[in-house]
Design a protein around this ligand. Structure first.
Ligand code: IPE
Ligand code: IPE
Ligand code: MG
Length: 248
């Protein structure tokens, strides 16, 4: 990821007045993008990975401090073995090929999800990427891989019980503290590409009051300009958090 030019090139847009502190993206539609071109699904996943680079640059440009991307769900293991293998290989290659540039651009990489089920070599790569970039602060990038919102809550409950917390000590903030996102703000905006309008087990706890934005664009085609449009839509939303508008 090359350094971002915040200057006024021809593609610049009016500055956003209200930028989410945390944007989460369900990067969906890679398979349909490939099918529309008569290409194998794995080619769609590779194209999706290429696109992530552009979206990361845009996140920095637009001043989004935390970005979470859903790359592989706990349910995606049910796909045909060759597709699962392709997705695992792509993650490994992305870490190998992009880490230097991500690190140089100040991206802090984190992993959300279980490491069980992943090959030890991949786990080591994930760990070394997260350790190496831990002190970066330009953008916090959470990669949700082998991630499920329900699994995350189950794991949190197991650790709460393992730590011996008495029932009366457990409140909502306790649960939040035991999630992988414990030190991050909840997502303000969840974007789903590929046109579906469901959360597919993504950030179930943290997304309680996230604004939802769905676009029919397949993930490999989701551009900087569409990202900007999503952020513009966000700043027009009226968030009430259960109250009435005059209180908000
Ligand atoms: C999203 O694209 C990537 C993953 C779920 C791993 P899909 O592979 O789900 O693409 P579609 O939804 O079948 O088009
Ligand atoms: C959600 O997409 C998971 C990721 C984008 C990684 P899916 O394609 O797996 O979701 P469903 O099956 O359509 O709900
Ligand atoms: Mg899909």
């Amino acid at each position: 990821m090359a350094p971002v030019d915040r200057g006024s090139d021809s593609s610049s847009k009016p500055p956003l007045t209200k930028v989410p502190r945390h944007v989460a993206i369900i990067m969906d539609g890679n398979g349909r993008w490939a099918a529309a071109r008569g290409l194998p699904r794995a080619t769609g996943h590779r194209a999706g990975t290429e696109n992530l680079r552009e979206v990361l640059r845009a996140a920095v440009e637009f001043g989004v401090p935390v970005l979470t991307v859903y790359a592989f769900s706990t349910e995606n293991w049910e796909r045909p073995k060759h597709e699962v293998n392709a997705l695992l290989t792509i993650l490994e290659q992305v870490i190998e090929n992009e880490l230097d540039e991500l690190d140089a651009s100040g991206v802090q990489i984190r992993h959300l999800g279980r490491t069980e089920g992943l090959a030890p070599r991949l786990v080591r790569k994930i760990q070394s990427a997260t350790e190496r970039t831990a002190h970066n602060s330009t953008l916090c990038l959470n990669v949700a891989f082998n991630y499920g919102g329900r699994a995350e809550i189950v794991d949190a409950i197991r650790r709460i019980i393992g730590d011996g917390l008495p029932p009366e000590a457990i409140d909502e903030s306790t649960i939040s503290r035991y999630l992988a996102t414990h030190d991050l703000p909840d997502p303000d905006l969840i974007i789903r590409t590929g046109g579906d309008m469901r959360v597919s087990n993504f950030l179930l706890w943290q997304g309680a009051y996230a604004e939802f934005y769905s676009t029919p664009t397949f993930w490999p085609d989701f551009s900087r300009d569409e990202f900007y449009a999503a952020l513009q839509a966000f700043q027009q939303r009226k968030r009430r958090f259960g109250r009435v508008e005059s209180q908000s």
